[in-house]
Ligand binder design. Structure first.
Ligand code: PLP
Length: 380
Protein backbone atom coordinates (compact mmCIF):
# COMPACT_ATOMS: atom_id res chain seq x y z
CA UNK A 1 0.00 0.00 0.00
CA UNK A 2 1.47 3.38 -0.83
CA UNK A 3 1.85 6.18 1.74
CA UNK A 4 -1.17 8.04 0.39
CA UNK A 5 -3.50 5.21 1.46
CA UNK A 6 -1.96 4.74 4.93
CA UNK A 7 -2.36 8.45 5.69
CA UNK A 8 -5.93 8.56 4.47
CA UNK A 9 -7.37 5.11 5.29
CA UNK A 10 -10.56 5.55 3.24
CA UNK A 11 -8.43 5.77 0.10
CA UNK A 12 -7.82 2.02 0.29
CA UNK A 13 -11.43 1.58 -0.79
CA UNK A 14 -10.75 3.32 -4.08
CA UNK A 15 -11.10 1.02 -7.10
CA UNK A 16 -7.71 -0.77 -7.28
CA UNK A 17 -7.33 0.11 -10.96
CA UNK A 18 -7.73 3.80 -10.16
CA UNK A 19 -5.11 3.66 -7.39
CA UNK A 20 -2.65 2.20 -9.89
CA UNK A 21 -3.30 4.74 -12.64
CA UNK A 22 -0.72 7.15 -13.96
CA UNK A 23 -2.54 10.44 -14.61
CA UNK A 24 -2.67 11.59 -18.24
CA UNK A 25 -0.11 14.34 -18.69
CA UNK A 26 -1.41 17.16 -20.89
CA UNK A 27 2.00 18.83 -21.29
CA UNK A 28 3.09 22.37 -20.58
CA UNK A 29 0.60 25.16 -21.35
CA UNK A 30 1.95 27.77 -23.74
CA UNK A 31 1.40 30.68 -21.27
CA UNK A 32 3.43 28.90 -18.64
CA UNK A 33 6.36 28.33 -20.98
CA UNK A 34 6.24 31.97 -22.10
CA UNK A 35 6.25 33.12 -18.50
CA UNK A 36 9.23 30.90 -17.66
CA UNK A 37 11.26 31.95 -20.68
CA UNK A 38 10.13 35.57 -20.57
CA UNK A 39 9.10 35.41 -24.24
CA UNK A 40 5.82 36.09 -26.04
CA UNK A 41 6.17 33.98 -29.16
CA UNK A 42 6.31 30.34 -28.03
CA UNK A 43 4.64 27.82 -30.36
CA UNK A 44 2.71 24.75 -29.27
CA UNK A 45 2.77 21.81 -31.64
CA UNK A 46 1.78 19.22 -29.08
CA UNK A 47 -1.95 18.48 -29.13
CA UNK A 48 -2.89 18.11 -32.81
CA UNK A 49 -5.30 21.04 -32.91
CA UNK A 50 -6.27 22.84 -36.12
CA UNK A 51 -3.72 25.69 -36.56
CA UNK A 52 -6.35 27.72 -38.46
CA UNK A 53 -8.65 27.67 -35.44
CA UNK A 54 -12.39 27.26 -35.85
CA UNK A 55 -14.43 28.40 -38.84
CA UNK A 56 -15.11 32.18 -38.81
CA UNK A 57 -18.80 31.22 -38.92
CA UNK A 58 -18.38 29.45 -35.58
CA UNK A 59 -16.78 32.52 -34.04
CA UNK A 60 -19.62 34.73 -35.25
CA UNK A 61 -22.25 32.29 -33.96
CA UNK A 62 -20.58 32.09 -30.55
CA UNK A 63 -20.35 35.89 -30.28
CA UNK A 64 -24.06 36.14 -31.05
CA UNK A 65 -24.88 33.37 -28.58
CA UNK A 66 -23.17 35.13 -25.71
CA UNK A 67 -25.45 38.12 -26.23
CA UNK A 68 -28.68 36.33 -27.05
CA UNK A 69 -28.67 33.34 -24.75
CA UNK A 70 -29.53 33.11 -21.14
CA UNK A 71 -26.70 30.98 -19.75
CA UNK A 72 -28.61 30.57 -16.52
CA UNK A 73 -30.72 28.03 -18.46
CA UNK A 74 -29.58 24.45 -18.96
CA UNK A 75 -28.48 23.50 -22.47
CA UNK A 76 -30.61 21.22 -24.64
CA UNK A 77 -29.82 17.91 -22.93
CA UNK A 78 -30.92 15.87 -25.93
CA UNK A 79 -28.79 17.92 -28.34
CA UNK A 80 -31.73 17.88 -30.72
CA UNK A 81 -30.42 20.35 -33.33
CA UNK A 82 -26.86 19.07 -33.37
CA UNK A 83 -28.03 15.47 -33.72
CA UNK A 84 -30.31 16.47 -36.58
CA UNK A 85 -27.35 18.11 -38.34
CA UNK A 86 -25.09 15.09 -37.78
CA UNK A 87 -27.88 12.77 -38.94
CA UNK A 88 -28.22 14.71 -42.21
CA UNK A 89 -24.46 14.86 -42.68
CA UNK A 90 -24.03 11.08 -42.42
CA UNK A 91 -27.41 9.94 -43.69
CA UNK A 92 -28.18 8.15 -40.42
CA UNK A 93 -31.08 8.09 -37.96
CA UNK A 94 -30.66 10.51 -34.99
CA UNK A 95 -31.38 7.58 -32.63
CA UNK A 96 -28.03 6.11 -33.67
CA UNK A 97 -26.02 9.16 -32.55
CA UNK A 98 -24.53 9.67 -29.08
CA UNK A 99 -23.11 13.08 -28.16
CA UNK A 100 -19.99 13.36 -26.02
CA UNK A 101 -18.15 16.12 -24.18
CA UNK A 102 -15.35 15.38 -26.61
CA UNK A 103 -15.10 11.89 -28.06
CA UNK A 104 -13.16 10.90 -24.93
CA UNK A 105 -16.48 11.13 -23.12
CA UNK A 106 -17.87 8.44 -25.44
CA UNK A 107 -14.83 6.22 -24.93
CA UNK A 108 -15.57 6.47 -21.22
CA UNK A 109 -19.27 5.58 -21.68
CA UNK A 110 -18.18 2.48 -23.60
CA UNK A 111 -15.81 1.47 -20.80
CA UNK A 112 -18.47 2.03 -18.12
CA UNK A 113 -21.00 -0.06 -19.99
CA UNK A 114 -18.79 -2.92 -21.24
CA UNK A 115 -15.67 -3.17 -19.07
CA UNK A 116 -15.18 -4.37 -15.51
CA UNK A 117 -13.46 -7.12 -13.50
CA UNK A 118 -13.25 -10.35 -15.51
CA UNK A 119 -13.51 -8.51 -18.83
CA UNK A 120 -10.82 -7.19 -21.12
CA UNK A 121 -10.26 -4.45 -23.67
CA UNK A 122 -7.99 -5.06 -26.63
CA UNK A 123 -5.93 -2.35 -28.30
CA UNK A 124 -2.61 -1.86 -30.03
CA UNK A 125 0.66 -1.01 -28.33
CA UNK A 126 1.52 2.67 -28.95
CA UNK A 127 -2.17 3.55 -29.42
CA UNK A 128 -4.20 6.40 -27.94
CA UNK A 129 -3.48 6.91 -24.20
CA UNK A 130 -7.11 7.07 -23.16
CA UNK A 131 -7.89 3.36 -23.87
CA UNK A 132 -5.60 1.98 -21.13
CA UNK A 133 -6.79 4.66 -18.69
CA UNK A 134 -10.52 3.93 -19.05
CA UNK A 135 -9.86 0.18 -19.05
CA UNK A 136 -7.80 0.17 -15.88
CA UNK A 137 -10.20 2.57 -14.14
CA UNK A 138 -12.91 -0.09 -14.61
CA UNK A 139 -10.63 -2.80 -13.15
CA UNK A 140 -10.73 -4.58 -16.48
CA UNK A 141 -7.77 -6.34 -18.11
CA UNK A 142 -5.95 -5.14 -21.23
CA UNK A 143 -4.88 -7.28 -24.14
CA UNK A 144 -2.20 -5.17 -25.78
CA UNK A 145 -1.47 -6.27 -29.32
CA UNK A 146 2.18 -5.72 -30.30
CA UNK A 147 2.47 -3.14 -33.07
CA UNK A 148 4.05 -3.95 -36.42
CA UNK A 149 7.85 -3.92 -36.04
CA UNK A 150 9.97 -0.84 -36.68
CA UNK A 151 11.46 -2.76 -39.62
CA UNK A 152 8.03 -3.18 -41.28
CA UNK A 153 8.41 -2.01 -44.91
CA UNK A 154 5.09 -0.13 -45.07
CA UNK A 155 3.70 0.58 -41.63
CA UNK A 156 6.29 0.57 -38.81
CA UNK A 157 4.52 0.85 -35.43
CA UNK A 158 1.15 0.38 -37.17
CA UNK A 159 -1.80 -1.68 -35.95
CA UNK A 160 -1.29 -5.40 -36.64
CA UNK A 161 -4.84 -6.54 -37.38
CA UNK A 162 -3.74 -10.14 -37.89
CA UNK A 163 -2.22 -9.94 -34.42
CA UNK A 164 -5.54 -8.63 -33.09
CA UNK A 165 -7.36 -11.57 -34.69
CA UNK A 166 -4.93 -14.09 -33.19
CA UNK A 167 -5.12 -12.67 -29.65
CA UNK A 168 -8.93 -12.33 -29.50
CA UNK A 169 -10.35 -14.31 -26.60
CA UNK A 170 -13.71 -14.75 -24.90
CA UNK A 171 -13.26 -12.17 -22.14
CA UNK A 172 -12.50 -9.40 -24.64
CA UNK A 173 -15.68 -7.31 -24.71
CA UNK A 174 -14.27 -4.22 -26.44
CA UNK A 175 -11.69 -3.81 -29.21
CA UNK A 176 -10.34 -0.29 -29.78
CA UNK A 177 -9.07 0.50 -33.29
CA UNK A 178 -7.86 3.96 -34.19
CA UNK A 179 -7.46 5.06 -37.77
CA UNK A 180 -5.21 6.94 -38.31
CA UNK A 181 -3.56 6.16 -35.00
CA UNK A 182 -2.43 8.74 -32.48
CA UNK A 183 0.52 9.00 -31.58
CA UNK A 184 2.05 7.24 -34.60
CA UNK A 185 -0.02 8.61 -37.52
CA UNK A 186 -0.11 5.12 -39.04
CA UNK A 187 -3.25 3.87 -40.76
CA UNK A 188 -5.10 0.74 -41.86
CA UNK A 189 -6.48 0.22 -45.36
CA UNK A 190 -10.27 -0.12 -45.63
CA UNK A 191 -9.98 -3.73 -46.89
CA UNK A 192 -7.87 -4.64 -43.84
CA UNK A 193 -10.40 -3.17 -41.42
CA UNK A 194 -13.27 -4.84 -43.23
CA UNK A 195 -11.58 -8.25 -43.09
CA UNK A 196 -11.11 -7.79 -39.35
CA UNK A 197 -14.76 -6.74 -38.83
CA UNK A 198 -15.82 -9.93 -40.61
CA UNK A 199 -13.60 -11.98 -38.33
CA UNK A 200 -14.67 -10.49 -34.96
CA UNK A 201 -17.48 -12.43 -33.25
CA UNK A 202 -20.77 -10.55 -33.06
CA UNK A 203 -20.65 -10.51 -29.24
CA UNK A 204 -17.52 -8.33 -29.24
CA UNK A 205 -17.87 -4.57 -29.63
CA UNK A 206 -15.45 -2.88 -32.03
CA UNK A 207 -14.75 0.83 -31.51
CA UNK A 208 -13.36 2.58 -34.57
CA UNK A 209 -11.90 5.89 -33.39
CA UNK A 210 -11.85 8.21 -36.39
CA UNK A 211 -10.59 11.38 -34.69
CA UNK A 212 -8.30 12.13 -37.68
CA UNK A 213 -10.52 10.70 -40.41
CA UNK A 214 -10.67 13.94 -42.43
CA UNK A 215 -6.89 13.92 -42.91
CA UNK A 216 -6.83 10.49 -44.58
CA UNK A 217 -6.18 10.57 -48.29
CA UNK A 218 -9.57 10.00 -49.98
CA UNK A 219 -8.25 6.75 -51.51
CA UNK A 220 -7.59 5.40 -48.00
CA UNK A 221 -10.74 6.71 -46.32
CA UNK A 222 -13.19 3.94 -45.47
CA UNK A 223 -16.93 4.43 -45.76
CA UNK A 224 -17.49 3.45 -42.16
CA UNK A 225 -21.11 4.60 -42.43
CA UNK A 226 -21.78 1.57 -44.69
CA UNK A 227 -20.04 -0.79 -42.24
CA UNK A 228 -22.37 0.34 -39.46
CA UNK A 229 -25.30 -1.27 -41.27
CA UNK A 230 -23.38 -4.48 -41.95
CA UNK A 231 -21.72 -4.83 -38.53
CA UNK A 232 -24.11 -4.02 -35.66
CA UNK A 233 -21.23 -4.56 -33.18
CA UNK A 234 -19.34 -1.55 -34.61
CA UNK A 235 -19.30 1.95 -33.12
CA UNK A 236 -17.53 4.82 -34.89
CA UNK A 237 -16.36 7.86 -32.90
CA UNK A 238 -15.70 11.30 -34.36
CA UNK A 239 -14.58 14.56 -32.81
CA UNK A 240 -14.88 18.32 -33.33
CA UNK A 241 -11.51 18.80 -31.61
CA UNK A 242 -9.18 18.25 -34.56
CA UNK A 243 -10.10 19.36 -38.12
CA UNK A 244 -13.08 21.38 -36.88
CA UNK A 245 -10.87 23.40 -34.53
CA UNK A 246 -13.10 23.17 -31.44
CA UNK A 247 -10.83 21.34 -28.97
CA UNK A 248 -11.43 23.95 -26.25
CA UNK A 249 -15.19 23.56 -26.40
CA UNK A 250 -15.36 19.74 -26.07
CA UNK A 251 -17.69 18.08 -28.55
CA UNK A 252 -17.62 14.65 -30.14
CA UNK A 253 -20.09 11.96 -31.16
CA UNK A 254 -20.53 8.34 -32.09
CA UNK A 255 -22.55 6.47 -34.66
CA UNK A 256 -23.73 2.97 -33.81
CA UNK A 257 -26.65 0.60 -33.70
CA UNK A 258 -29.58 2.28 -31.95
CA UNK A 259 -29.62 -0.32 -29.15
CA UNK A 260 -26.03 0.58 -28.31
CA UNK A 261 -26.73 4.33 -28.50
CA UNK A 262 -29.61 3.74 -26.09
CA UNK A 263 -27.29 2.04 -23.55
CA UNK A 264 -24.60 4.72 -23.81
CA UNK A 265 -27.23 7.38 -23.32
CA UNK A 266 -28.13 5.84 -19.95
CA UNK A 267 -24.71 6.59 -18.46
CA UNK A 268 -24.30 9.97 -20.17
CA UNK A 269 -24.70 12.97 -17.88
CA UNK A 270 -27.95 14.72 -18.84
CA UNK A 271 -26.24 17.97 -19.92
CA UNK A 272 -22.80 16.74 -20.99
CA UNK A 273 -22.47 19.30 -23.83
CA UNK A 274 -22.84 22.95 -22.93
CA UNK A 275 -24.79 25.48 -25.02
CA UNK A 276 -21.65 26.85 -26.69
CA UNK A 277 -20.31 23.44 -27.68
CA UNK A 278 -23.70 22.39 -29.09
CA UNK A 279 -24.00 25.49 -31.27
CA UNK A 280 -20.33 25.58 -32.32
CA UNK A 281 -20.41 21.93 -33.43
CA UNK A 282 -23.58 22.47 -35.41
CA UNK A 283 -22.19 25.51 -37.24
CA UNK A 284 -18.77 23.87 -37.73
CA UNK A 285 -20.29 20.82 -39.40
CA UNK A 286 -22.02 23.15 -41.83
CA UNK A 287 -18.74 24.75 -42.95
CA UNK A 288 -16.99 21.97 -44.85
CA UNK A 289 -14.98 24.58 -46.80
CA UNK A 290 -13.16 25.33 -43.57
CA UNK A 291 -12.42 21.62 -43.12
CA UNK A 292 -11.03 21.50 -46.67
CA UNK A 293 -8.78 24.50 -45.99
CA UNK A 294 -7.43 22.80 -42.86
CA UNK A 295 -6.78 19.55 -44.71
CA UNK A 296 -5.06 21.36 -47.61
CA UNK A 297 -2.77 23.26 -45.26
CA UNK A 298 -1.99 20.01 -43.49
CA UNK A 299 -1.17 18.20 -46.74
CA UNK A 300 1.27 20.88 -47.86
CA UNK A 301 2.90 21.47 -44.50
CA UNK A 302 3.12 17.85 -43.36
CA UNK A 303 4.94 16.88 -46.56
CA UNK A 304 7.34 19.79 -46.08
CA UNK A 305 7.98 18.76 -42.47
CA UNK A 306 8.55 15.12 -43.48
CA UNK A 307 10.92 16.11 -46.27
CA UNK A 308 12.97 18.39 -44.05
CA UNK A 309 13.10 15.93 -41.15
CA UNK A 310 14.25 13.14 -43.47
CA UNK A 311 16.92 15.46 -44.81
CA UNK A 312 18.22 15.65 -41.22
CA UNK A 313 18.58 11.82 -41.32
CA UNK A 314 15.81 11.35 -38.75
CA UNK A 315 13.27 8.50 -38.78
CA UNK A 316 9.86 9.76 -39.86
CA UNK A 317 6.94 7.39 -39.37
CA UNK A 318 4.32 7.20 -42.13
CA UNK A 319 1.42 9.50 -41.17
CA UNK A 320 -2.04 10.27 -42.52
CA UNK A 321 -2.87 12.58 -39.63
CA UNK A 322 -2.06 16.18 -38.69
CA UNK A 323 1.14 15.32 -36.88
CA UNK A 324 4.52 13.84 -37.65
CA UNK A 325 6.19 11.30 -35.38
CA UNK A 326 9.94 11.54 -35.60
CA UNK A 327 12.63 9.22 -34.20
CA UNK A 328 16.10 10.30 -33.13
CA UNK A 329 17.72 6.87 -32.74
CA UNK A 330 18.44 7.77 -29.11
CA UNK A 331 16.54 9.11 -26.10
CA UNK A 332 14.58 12.11 -27.37
CA UNK A 333 14.20 13.79 -23.94
CA UNK A 334 17.23 16.10 -24.40
CA UNK A 335 15.88 17.25 -27.77
CA UNK A 336 12.48 17.83 -26.20
CA UNK A 337 14.05 19.97 -23.47
CA UNK A 338 16.19 21.90 -25.93
CA UNK A 339 13.11 22.66 -28.03
CA UNK A 340 11.29 23.93 -24.91
CA UNK A 341 14.24 26.23 -24.17
CA UNK A 342 13.74 27.65 -27.66
CA UNK A 343 10.02 28.19 -27.08
CA UNK A 344 8.76 25.17 -29.03
CA UNK A 345 6.43 22.68 -27.32
CA UNK A 346 6.14 19.20 -28.86
CA UNK A 347 4.98 15.91 -27.36
CA UNK A 348 7.45 13.48 -25.80
CA UNK A 349 6.60 9.83 -26.43
CA UNK A 350 8.12 8.06 -23.43
CA UNK A 351 4.67 7.47 -21.93
CA UNK A 352 3.78 5.67 -25.18
CA UNK A 353 6.82 3.39 -24.79
CA UNK A 354 8.55 5.18 -27.67
CA UNK A 355 11.21 7.19 -25.78
CA UNK A 356 13.29 7.80 -28.90
CA UNK A 357 10.45 9.62 -30.65
CA UNK A 358 8.74 13.02 -30.49
CA UNK A 359 5.32 13.79 -31.92
CA UNK A 360 5.04 17.13 -33.67
CA UNK A 361 1.65 18.56 -34.63
CA UNK A 362 1.52 20.23 -38.02
CA UNK A 363 1.03 23.96 -37.46
CA UNK A 364 0.93 26.99 -39.72
CA UNK A 365 3.81 27.50 -42.13
CA UNK A 366 5.43 29.97 -39.70
CA UNK A 367 5.04 27.65 -36.69
CA UNK A 368 6.52 24.70 -38.55
CA UNK A 369 9.46 26.80 -39.72
CA UNK A 370 10.02 27.92 -36.16
CA UNK A 371 10.16 24.25 -35.08
CA UNK A 372 12.47 23.25 -37.94
CA UNK A 373 14.86 26.15 -37.31
CA UNK A 374 15.03 25.32 -33.60
CA UNK A 375 15.62 21.64 -34.34
CA UNK A 376 18.38 22.36 -36.87
CA UNK A 377 20.01 24.62 -34.33
CA UNK A 378 19.89 21.84 -31.72
CA UNK A 379 21.20 19.10 -34.02
CA UNK A 380 24.01 21.10 -35.66
C1 PLP B 1 -7.60 13.84 -30.08
C2 PLP B 1 -8.15 12.47 -30.10
C3 PLP B 1 -9.47 12.23 -29.80
C4 PLP B 1 -10.40 13.36 -29.52
O1 PLP B 1 -10.59 13.61 -28.24
P1 PLP B 1 -11.72 14.67 -27.82
O2 PLP B 1 -12.16 14.17 -26.50
O3 PLP B 1 -12.80 14.55 -28.85
O4 PLP B 1 -11.08 15.98 -27.82
C5 PLP B 1 -9.95 10.95 -29.84
N1 PLP B 1 -9.16 9.93 -30.23
C6 PLP B 1 -7.89 10.13 -30.58
C7 PLP B 1 -7.09 8.99 -31.04
C8 PLP B 1 -7.34 11.41 -30.51
O5 PLP B 1 -6.06 11.60 -30.81
Amino acid sequence: MNTMTTEQPYLKHAIPGVLGLEPYSPGMPIDELQRRLGIANAVKLASNENPLGPSPKVKAALAALINDTDVSRYPDGAGFKLKKKIAEFHGIEPERITLGNGSNDIIEFIARVFLGPGRAAMYSAHAFAVYPIVTQAQDAASVIVPALPESHPEMPYGHDLEGFAKLLRDDVTVVFLVNPNNPTGTWMRPDQIEAFLKHVPSHTLVVLDEAYQEYLDPSLRPDSRVWLDRFPNLIVTRTFSKTYGLAGLRAGYSLSHRALADLLNRVRQPFNLNSFALLAAEVALGDQDHVRRAVELNTTESSRLRRELKALSLTVLPSQANFVTVGFGRDSAPVHRALLERGVIVRPMASYQMPQFLRVSVGTEAENSRFLDALKDILK
